[in-house]
Ligand binder design. Sequence first.
Ligand SMILES: *[C@@H]1O[C@H](CO)[C@@H](O)[C@H](O)[C@H]1NC(C)=O
Ligand SMILES: *[C@@H]1O[C@H](CO)[C@@H](O)[C@H](O)[C@H]1NC(C)=O
Ligand SMILES: *[C@@H]1O[C@H](CO)[C@@H](O)[C@H](O)[C@H]1NC(C)=O
Length: 275
Amino acid sequence: MGHVLIPISLLLFNGIVAIAAVESACVEDSSGSFLLQKAAARRAPTVVKNKTEEPQVQPEKGVCVARDDIDKTIPIEDVLKQYPGQDGWCVYGSFGPWARECAVARQKGDVLAFSKVYSPIYSYILTGPNATQKTYRMPSGQPLTTRDHYFPLDDVYCFINGWYDLDRQKLINNYTYLEQVSEAYCQSLEATLPYYHRLSMKSMDVEAGLDEWSFNHLTNLPQSVITGMKVHGAVKCLLGGGKGAVCDLANCARRACLLADGSLGYDARGECPPV
Ligand SMILES: *[C@@H]1O[C@H](CO)[C@@H](O)[C@H](O)[C@H]1NC(C)=O
Ligand SMILES: *[C@@H]1O[C@H](CO)[C@@H](O)[C@H](O)[C@H]1NC(C)=O
Ligand SMILES: *[C@@H]1O[C@H](CO)[C@@H](O)[C@H](O)[C@H]1NC(C)=O
């Protein structure tokens, strides 16, 4: 049986694992503590819990520190001071494939493989009869039509950050460019989020829970969702020493593109130019 592991709000946030085949889906609730996970689990066909798959510390696999050694409530910058010279993505690598797969990509300076990590999940959820269109409206009034009923936040995140407007080919294939875009984005967050330097991993959990609620209950998204996306991005930035959003950018570049009529096309549906 195929084994699809489905996470929470942003796929890039919670720990999903790669997939073998996608015929019938099981869902792994990898930490069990998130509102979003519970919601995703409710929607999903089967839930399999498997705590025995906690990753071992293996820096070359993107896990530099054991999960129990990290307090999620402590600001990320303070945690990372305890591990000088180490990439925060690897320090937090035990938190999920989203972190450790990214740590490996950062070690290599190459996001091509990372950009495909979630492709099987996206294929599963973005194709087929259930991938119907649903339109959300941003606080600005701008509409966003998604087909993702599991991780619509991924689209909101990529969209409001302007990452669907960029050169997707270049983002995935030119790491120098990717880092430049990431650094500029992170600097803008540092300048606009007053509590940027105090953000912890828990900040992202809290944000994710609130955002999921909004998504399940509203189609006109409140400003808090936009702020939540900034918190999410800022946490990713902080993990990479203030410029760490490279993997999220790569995921957006792979996932979808803006079509000529302003709607979203998906790589999984063959609607985007190849990258
Ligand atoms: C949990 O993972 C371990 C190690 O991969 C495996 O041996 C075991 O069968 C898994 N259990 C379940 C319930 O999937
Ligand atoms: C589509 O959604 C229905 C209702 O949630 C579910 O029973 C069915 O398995 C889904 N089909 C696919 C292909 O995911
Ligand atoms: C990669 O991007 C950088 C920065 O935008 C640019 O200077 C460089 O020419 C690009 N390299 C290639 C091979 O396109």
